[in-house]
Design a protein around this ligand. Sequence first.
Ligand SMILES: *Cc1c(COP(=O)(O)O)cnc(C)c1O
Length: 395
Amino acid sequence: MQDISKSLKISKNSKISKGILERLPSPCWVLEEHLLIRNLEILGHIKEQTGAKILLALKGYSLWKSFDIVSPYLDGCCASGLHEAMLSHETFGKETHSYSPAFTAQNIEQIASISHHLVFNSPAQLDSLISLAKKANPTISIGLRVNPELSLSPVDMYDPCGIYSRLGIISTNIDTLILENIEGLHFHALCEQDSSALELVLESFEDKFGEYLSEMKWVNFGGGHHITRDGYDIEKLIKIISDFKARYPHLDIYLEPGEAIGWETGVLVSTVLDIVHNGIDIAILDTSAEAHMPDTIIMPYRAEVRGASEANQKPHTYRLAGNTCLAGDIMGDYSFDEPLNIGDKVIFEDQMHYTMVKATTFNGIPLPSIAMLRKNGEIAMFREFGYEEFKGRLS
Ligand SMILES: *Cc1c(COP(=O)(O)O)cnc(C)c1O
């Protein structure tokens, strides 16, 4: 049996013990309430120090059964379309800011009726939909997404300002007539980045769009701020926002991180179903990289496993693999102090953001259950999934 208490740095604050593991179904995502609160307190501190408003980006974290914990700390959610806007409206109960690369005439009124801010991606969208939106919600604040034209994201897939990006309008396409209809500008340019990256983006944003800011009521700095990561320069973020506020005291400032809310707040617990041998030892788990941790394949990145190291650093190395028939459904090669056995638990760290929101029932594999470990040590079982989720999304 693995001794999970020999854990890595990343899990130093986890309260998931052997006893708790025994009470959980498998596979299961487990949110740890005290870790979520820790992140929220950091975000609350930034709000307090700067007066900026912070929204949760639902794209990265939509675990709505935890929103009674999240919403007291934050100002609302940012939604990318009707369904996320509805989730924000129904479950978060604060501001809803909706932006989509393209809205449709069919649902713009419904989105507008439950949104506080509506951000368009292009002048054409704004022109064709603004009157419908304002009819549905006369007090809605309209904004435009702009592209600050500075690429800092290390990976093209996550660079909203890369070459030919469809996201946000570039400065040379700004038509000053549009500006009469809007109250705010929105940019989103970062991905898992420190405040020094925001500083550079903001410089470029002001350089390209600063002349319009006197006419605006708000600016949204988007997401991608890795605020709750160890080592993120929070003081610098506070200074950047405060300096910006000093330059433009009439503007409300919004940040909309997703990942930073769920960062290192929980795990995916899985179980070894079989161990096969073909040149190496391969543990087949009851979860799936493809279906449950797709960013390990798409991004790609290597998920940390509690108590494990890189291959061959500890005495017993295994390839960890998923239980679908996709050959490439592989989490990676990991080494352990003790041999793995059938029935052992394997815990993937930091599996709260961009996991549940992306998971599928590919190959008929059941979705992991969702649970929360409360501060007081109780387990709240939020959801267990079955055949219906597989059947229900097909016909
Ligand atoms: C993805 C996204 C976010 C959240 O990004 P994180 O990296 O999760 O902080 C915020 N705003 C927009 C417009 C996005 O597309």
